[in-house]
Design a binder for this molecule. Sequence first.
Ligand SMILES: *Cc1c(COP(=O)(O)O)cnc(C)c1O
Length: 363
Amino acid sequence: MQIDFAKLQYQYQLYKTEIDEAMHQVLDKSNYIMGNEVQELETNLQNFTKAKHAITCSSGTDALLLAMMALDIQPDDEIITTPFTFIATAETIAFLKAKPVFVDIDEKTYNIDPSKIEEKITKKTKAIMPVSLYGQPADMDAIQAIADNHNLKVIIDGAQSFGSTFKGKRDSNLGDISATSFFPAKPLGCFGDGGAVFTNSDVLAEKIKMLRVHGQNKRYHHKYIGMGGRMDTLQCAIVNVKLKYYKKDLALRQEVASKYSEQLADSSEQLVLPYVDTGCTSVWAQYSVRVKNRDDVQAKLKDAGVPTAVHYPMPLHLQECFAYLGYKKGEFPIAEQVSNEIMSLPMNPYLKDEEIVYICEKL
Ligand SMILES: *Cc1c(COP(=O)(O)O)cnc(C)c1O
């Protein structure tokens, strides 16, 4: 058996008629930039998340940049985040010449450990940036309480978690600003790059919309230094179709995850299974397990036709580009250990029962 990790081609075939139709409408109108499909998607995203404002943009990375620019993050400001994430989380902080300050992760959820945040707060700290890793929000009550106490902003990197909930609220509707990505392999993907920024603040939303178009408040009048950060009309048209089926997709992802967890429950001596905290739902961007002999296991699974991936093999404090921050090996022991052991199994809404059985057997 050969297993497909994300089944993107399968998903396109499933919705092909509707997606092709939506794309052709854009082509016929040739309204490639800021066509009406963009506003339509933003309205649909607001309805889905219940966030007051959804502003689409060119990628998840740019969504993070727009969020921080809107909050006026300046050089030398410090932003507290997790070292166990995709590079973009801390890269965007550093790109604005601010300083990423890392805090170790919780050993069960792999999200930032709120109990270790307060000791890292200084006079320069401006914000906390939790990541909803693998699709599960961090402990947002604890993080928001710390932020409120110290007058800090909360920016959620929800690139992997569109649709997840914390105590019944979508994670796009928490913190001061929440960012997501529509990269093809994310749970809600477009056919290229795309993203969105969410906020309940009218003032921030207004500013983000200007920053997205070169800081412009009127054509060729520029209030802020901004960027070219729009999402293509074509991509918005595609997400408009996929969003209609997204609740169903999420239910299917949950089913796949539950089946994995049931069938792997007997292997708890050799495997650490994913843990979803009470009060949270995950959108299962990844189903990631921990194994001690990961290289071996990955190689054997590959031979058996089961692709796996590692998210992520090296925590950010040990990356060459962050050497200037002066972190050392051993500083974040949980992030380091999890990086050495973590391995993601094929995850998509369309995995068949026999495929799940096969993957679990081989594993
Ligand atoms: C994918 C991802 C991003 C970046 O999103 P892009 O759309 O690829 O720019 C940022 N943060 C995390 C945690 C991600 O997984």
